[in-house]
Ligand binder design. Structure first.
Ligand code: GZL
Length: 356
């Protein structure tokens, strides 16, 4: 056999074998690639599918699962801390995803947070506005993005009330009335004049505006009551102490009553009163709002007369309302939180039962 032919044939056979290996290798690599790709795609798809299944599955099982953005005022008081915890726990305990922002009592931070929630396409926004005005634009942006907003604790002053679904919070005007009525009854035998100094909450905030309104509605019915000084303590202990020091410096012996829009400012003021050399709850009657543990401790120590309850523990009620909304139920625009009032003589017994 001609070697050349053998060679040629041999070469041909080698070529054919090489081609077969090559094709086999290509086929398997494309499969691999394909497989990989496919599998990658599949994985991705699967993952996606899985994800989507799991998401669907999850979505199915978690179809109720919502991504909720929560823009909170700050951490300025015992009340706020308890309220934050109540809402955060209620959202996560219900299996929803929480995105949280603490605005440190700054409106611009709340506006930024709401815009960020919109960008992240959350399902719902929970919002406690630090002040009543200046949120119209960003709430319109949330509405345009079809994201429902639930007002928690404080309300907003906007023309279009379709910018929010419902407002769950205390009736601050009623809290002010309760404080005024307690004082009228407590000092019914006093001839007067009864000089009152007032520590207001954050300027422009719903609780500060409404607690002042409700208190004045009651005390203005009797000429003997007069608010001789009124200034914001921004709901904090430190600022409450600082402003009370100024009040004492200018009117010390002339002050009969302190009305503080929250217990934290009252507790700060108690320190100022003691440092000034007067006896809190005796020389100066002390009224607070919130009914936080610190107030019960001050009343049990005989240093505070009364606290009007403002209940922060409405997280579970709020999440129920959000879920009802997503189940298609229509909600009242205004839902008030139930609350009471507690005096010095009740403090010792009730202190161990207080949850915030
Ligand atoms: C009232 C809440 C107020 C509390 C303060 O619902 O907005 O803000 O009374 C808190 O303690 O700072």
């Amino acid at each position: 056999m001609d070697i050349r032919i053998v060679n040629k044939k041999g070469l041909l056979i080698l070529l054919v074998i090489a081609m077969m290996f090559f094709l086999a290798a290509c086929g398997s690599s494309s499969e691999t690639g394909g497989e990989d790709t496919e599998s990658e795609e599949n994985n991705t798809e699967e993952n996606t599918d899985t994800d989507s299944e799991s998401e669907e599955g999850e979505q199915g099982s978690e179809s109720e699962q919502l991504v909720i953005g929560f823009s909170q005022v700050g951490a300025e008081s015992e009340w706020r801390t308890a309220n934050t915890k109540s809402i955060q726990n209620a959202i996560t305990d219900a299996g929803h995803e929480l995105k949280f922002s603490d605005a440190q009592q700054k409106q611009e931070n709340q506006i930024k947070a709401i815009r960020s929630f919109i960008t992240q396409k959350v399902d719902a926004i929970v919002f406690s506005p630090v002040v009543e005005t200046g949120f119209e634009t960003v709430l319109q942006e949330a509405k345009d993005a079809d994201i429902p907003v639930f007002l928690a604790d404080r309300s907003v002053d906007v023309e279009d009330d379709s910018l929010w679904v419902t407002f769950l919070g205390s009736d601050f005007v009623e809290e002010g009335r309760k404080a005024g009525n307690w004082l009228v009854e407590e000092l019914a035998e006093e001839e007067g004049p009864v000089n009152i100094v007032e520590l207001q909450g954050t300027v422009g905030s719903a609780p500060a505006i409404d607690r002042k309104e409700g208190f004045e509605e009651i005390i203005n019915q009797e000429d003997k009551f007069e608010i001789i000084k009124s200034q914001t303590g921004d709901f904090t202990r430190a600022k409450g102490k600082e402003v009370m020091e100024a009040f004492l410096k200018s009117d010390g012996e002339n002050i009969d009553v302190l009305y503080a829009h929250n217990d934290d400012m009252a507790i700060g003021a108690i320190q100022a009163i003691e440092e000034f050399g007067l006896i809190p709850a005796e020389d100066i009657t002390i009224i607070g709002v919130d009914a936080v543990k610190g107030a019960f401790e001050a009343m049990a120590d005989g240093k505070m007369n009364v606290t009007i309850e403002c209940n922060p523990l409405f997280g579970p009620q709020l999440v129920d309302l959000i879920e009802q909304h997503f189940e298609g139920e229509s909600l009242d625009k205004r839902i008030a939180v139930e609350e009471s009032m507690y005096t010095m003589d009740q403090a010792e017994e009730l202190l161990p039962t207080r949850e915030y």
